[in-house]
Design a protein around this ligand. Structure first.
Ligand SMILES: NCC(=O)CCC(=O)O
Ligand SMILES: [Zn+2]
Ligand SMILES: [Zn+2]
Length: 335
């Protein structure tokens, strides 16, 4: 027992300069290797469309992608996550255009690979941007999910992206059994050693996806996604979902959204420390930080830096963020 403060409880001596502070936070550092950049790709190769709900973010036609990625790649960008957005392509019950030859992602993959051979390309795998009803799977006539029909279709779509040259397929649909279905089809097609599966393992039903639905034109036409995405309060289901996806052969795991789910990140990392863990800082988080900084509530760079460090501290190895080009630029100027 100490009558004054014990010597070992005097902390200030360990943090009086930046190097000392860094030594206490090395596991939470953010470098270019910790970032993945999501991109929306549109049908019209020659167009760029600003996204009003995500100021500063645009959808790109293929012919604008190279120019958009040149600088981030120069600054060390390692990977992108591709989302296709359709306007004239028809949407139907089985998401035909999720993997038709006209799908913007399928068309973009070989081009991106030819421009940036060292860039790792991940593709979001889901049906919601291509179904008439905007749900992530195939539906029964009563509007509920037909899980086995959905699995078959999602595996086919994942295979198409893999065959087009994607390095990573990332199913975000939250159907039961999708990781096993995708692994199976990759193995059958001799792609299992060329394509990794990144599971959106703990994807919560969240209000923070709001701007994305506008960006990807993927809002459900009726109902919500609460029967397949996880309820906000359930850390139990999140851990069960991650355990299951590990059992089914996922190569990497994800928690989504980020900031409101840091406890889940820590739980999943502690349960599966041997797996790279991703966190998705989603569209609503992007908008929230952007608008708060713009309104003068705090400085953009300082707030974002603190949030990224928090995600790393909570267990994230890789942060998927729309701010990636900006962060890479900041990292570049610090070199
Ligand atoms: N599969 C991607 C999403 O569902 C939403 C991401 C976001 O809101 O940024
Ligand atoms: Zn979806
Ligand atoms: Zn989604």
């Amino acid at each position: 027992m100490c009558d004054t403060i014990c010597k070992k409880h005097r902390l200030h001596g360990g943090i009086f300069n930046q190097t000392l502070r860094d030594w206490n936070s090395l596991n939470a550092e953010v470098t270019c290797k910790n970032l993945m950049y999501p991109l929306f790709i549109i049908e019209n190769d020659d167009e760029i469309q600003e996204i009003p709900s995500m100021p500063g973010i645009s959808r790109y036609g293929i012919n604008h992608l190279k120019k958009h990625l040149d600088l981030p790649v120069k600054w060390g960008l390692k990977s992108v996550l591709l989302f296709g957005v359709t306007e004239t392509l028809t949407k139907d019950e089985v998401a035909t255009n999720a993997n038709s030859k006209d799908n913007p992602v399928i068309k973009a993959i070989p081009k991106i690979k030819s421009w940036f051979p060292n860039l790792t390309i991940a593709c979001d795998v889901c049906l919601c941007a291509y179904t008439l009803h905007g749900h992530c799977g195939i539906l029964n006539s009563d509007g509920s999910i037909d899980n086995s029909a959905s699995l078959k279709r999602i595996a086919e779509v994942a295979l198409s992206y893999a065959q087009a040259g994607a390095h990573i397929v990332a199913p975000s649909d939250m159907m039961d059994g999708r990781i096993a279905a995708i692994k199976d089809i990759l193995i059958k097609n001799k792609l299992e050693n060329k394509v990794a599966v990144l599971s959106y393992a703990a994807k919560f039903a969240s209000v923070f996806y709001g701007p994305f639905r506008d960006a990807a034109k993927s809002a459900p036409s009726f109902g919500d996604r609460k029967c397949y995405q996880l309820p906000a309060g359930s850390s139990g289901l999140a851990v069960r979902a991650a355990d299951r996806d590990v059992e089914e052969g996922a190569d990497m795991l994800m928690v989504k959204p980020g900031l409101a789910y840091l406890d889940i990140l820590r739980q999943v990392k502690d349960a599966h420390p041997e797996y790279p863990l991703f966190v998705y800082q989603v569209s609503g988080e992007y908008a929230m930080i952007y608008h708060a900084a713009k309104a003068g509530a705090f400085d953009l760079q300082n707030s974002l830096n603190e949030i990224l460090i928090s995600m790393r501290r909570a267990g994230a190895d890789v942060i998927i963020t729309y701010f990636t080009p900006l962060i890479l630029e900041w990292l570049e100027t610090q070199k």
